[in-house]
Design a binder for this molecule. Structure first.
Ligand code: FAD
Ligand code: DLZ
Ligand code: SF4
Length: 507
């Protein structure tokens, strides 16, 4: 008699997943399924699909080695099309007493499991450092949900980077010391790469056949696909890249996609690394005197602060969050996001590496592609679908608040107190992209003017009513008003012409 069917999803590959912890290999059966509904709800980058399916197959092998009976459905065996379909098939075979799963990280799949005729008992995902209910309590009654206050509370609650009641080093946040511009001399390290084994090779061949038409290259797949590999990647990052993480976290350089970034979200988001162990590794390096406080704190803040906060926002705001469009933007996404030709060197660099690697670091996502989509007035739903498709670490709980909220200000300021928009100045300062560009970052209008310069003012002008009262934006409106009227008109005219001429949609 089978007691339980235990569902394990493609982003739940943690040996200590609540349902496995409470399970019994003698009486329970694990169900894992590669299904068309999950591989096709957006046109995922082929490397993202390969990462998830290969990691799923490796995880199933590990579970079997630990004595579990795993019913695994492979995409190339033309089995069920949905997760519910897979559960129904096994359910019919073995007639278990109950079916359990950890609550998925996307409302679409939660709804599908809740509607599944086998009756799935959902349990909370306790792999995060802040339970959803605790986030709700924190958010209750607050006028503004600012990450920084949440983060300090998380430091106190977890004791991470604390000396008794005080923050280690004396400050909560060392961002003032961070944000150095890019320098070629800083390039010594990059994330650890792994050679695909037989299982991964099999997945790569299948993904190439089935998803070769999706945006993104499958060539040069070097992601880790097991917990052991993910842990080696973490320790490599801590030893070789963390020390200068703080200094260079906002830097961007042509043909240097990683700089001091960890490439670690791909492992955390599918469960191969826990956020706690990642924070502990960074803290230990600081306590041992191997990395400075600005780097350790800056990195830990991203995980203990931002990652947990973003997840809290997703579940607090509910399923309608992804449809928000506070600024009423409705243009199709520029074709350059899908690899269409562009003369903008920064967009070419960020999209090009996204195509090749299914990766771009935070500042490329926020201040290059995100910034341009917002200034251009792209429909946030399309921007959301793009980010959810093209990055190997993209799952809706983490991608949506970053895109809809932080990047596109489509939630009306829940995540970001002011929109993340900038002219070419920022990209020029933080990268070397402008050096080889057809446009000129210092030209504000006329021949060679950088589109960021034109669109920046166009954005501020078209949303004046909404933003001029924002205390952090008043000064930019004053500079705009001080500009000669003829120049302002010319900027707006050229911005309109740029928008009208920019190719959009899938090329
Ligand atoms: P590093 O900079 O080396 O490490 C920092 C770690 O902190 C990351 O691994 C990540 O787990 C965490 N982190 C940092 N910032 C955030 C954040 N804002 N939200 C959540 N976690 C954060 N991150 C995702 O994991 N999945 C996404 O789909 C995703 N979509 C994004 C979309 C947009 C528009 C923006 C602006 C950001 C998005 N991010 C997303 C956040 C961030 O860009 C990535 O976490 C980061 O680039 C991952 O690379 P890394 O591991 O090398 O990061
Ligand atoms: C993203 C993804 C993909 C591409 N494929 C599968 C799959 O075949 N089987 C599976 O169980 N999970 C997959 N996933 C991850 C799910 O989409 C993910 O669990 C939900 O988006 C919730 O975060
Ligand atoms: Fe990007 Fe403008 Fe710099 Fe060109 S000049 S790289 S378009 S910011």
């Amino acid at each position: 008699m089978v007691r339980r069917l235990i569902l394990v999803l493609g982003d739940q590959l943690s040996p200590d997943l609540a349902v496995l912890r409470d399970g019994d290999p003698e009486r329970d059966i694990v169900v894992m399924a590669e299904v068309a509904d999950e591989t096709g709800y957006v046109p995922h980058h082929p490397k993202k699909i390969a990462l998830i399916l290969s990691a799923m197959r490796h995880f199933a092998e590990d579970l079997r080695a630990d004595g579990w009976d795993v019913r695994y459905f492979r995409l190339d065996e033309d089995g069920p099309k949905s997760i519910c379909g897979a559960l129904m098939q096994v359910h019919q075979d073995v007639q278990p007493e109950e079916v359990v799963a950890v609550r998925p990280g996307e409302f679409r799949l939660i709804d599908a499991l809740e509607a599944c005729p086998v009756g799935v008992r959902l349990v909370e995902d306790d792999r995060f450092l802040c339970p959803i209910d605790r986030f709700r309590d924190w958010a209750e009654g607050r006028r503004e949900l600012r990450m920084e206050w949440f983060y300090r509370e998380m430091r106190r609650n977890t004791g991470v980077l604390m000396d008794a009641d005080d923050p280690a080093g004396g400050e909560w946040n060392y961002d003032k010391q961070n944000r150095k511009p890019a320098q070629r001399s800083m390039l010594q390290a990059k994330p650890m790469e792994f050679t695909p084994d037989e299982i991964t090779e099999g997945v790569l061949a299948m993904v190439g056949d089935r998803f070769g038409g999706n945006f993104g290259s499958l060539a040069g797949f070097t992601f880790g696909v097991t917990q052991g590999q993910a842990r080696r990647a973490l320790s490599h990052f801590v030893k070789t890249q963390l020390a200068e993480f703080g200094d260079y976290q906002d830097a961007m350089l042509l043909d240097e996609p990683y700089l001091n970034h960890a490439l670690i979200s791909i492992y955390m988001n599918i469960g191969l690394l826990s956020p706690r162990e990642v924070c502990e590794a960074a803290e230990a390096a600081y306590r041992d005197g191997d990395v400075p406080i600005n780097s350790a704190e800056g990195f830990i803040r991203q995980i203990l602060g931002w990652r947990e906060y973003i997840r809290g926002i997703y579940f607090l705001k509910g399923p309608d969050y992804t449809a928000q469009n506070e600024l009423g933007h409705d243009r199709d996404l520029p074709a350059s996001y899908w690899g269409g030709e562009t003369e903008m060197a920064c967009i070419r660099a960020a999209v090009g590496q996204t195509h090749d690697l299914a990766y771009a670091h935070h500042i490329q996502r926020l201040m290059v592609t995100g910034n341009f989509a917002l200034l251009f007035g792209a429909d946030p739903a399309q921007v959301h679908e793009w980010y959810l498709s093209v990055y190997a670490d993209a799952f809706e709980w983490v991608e949506a608040p970053n895109t809809i909220g932080m990047s596109q200000w489509a939630d009306g300021g829940v995540v970001a107190s002011k929109p993340y928009v900038s002219s070419a100045n920022y990209i020029k300062k933080m990268s070397d992209y402008c050096e080889g560009c057809a446009y000129k970052p210092d030209v504000k209008v006329g021949e060679g003017a950088c589109p960021f310069n034109l669109l920046y003012w166009h954005f501020l002008d078209r949303h004046r009513e909404r933003f001029e009262g924002n205390r952090r934006m008043g000064v930019v409106y004053s500079s705009w008003d001080k500009m000669d009227k003829a120049k302002r008109d010319q900027i707006l005219e050229e911005a309109e012409a740029f928008i009208a001429a920019e190719p959009t949609g899938y090329p």
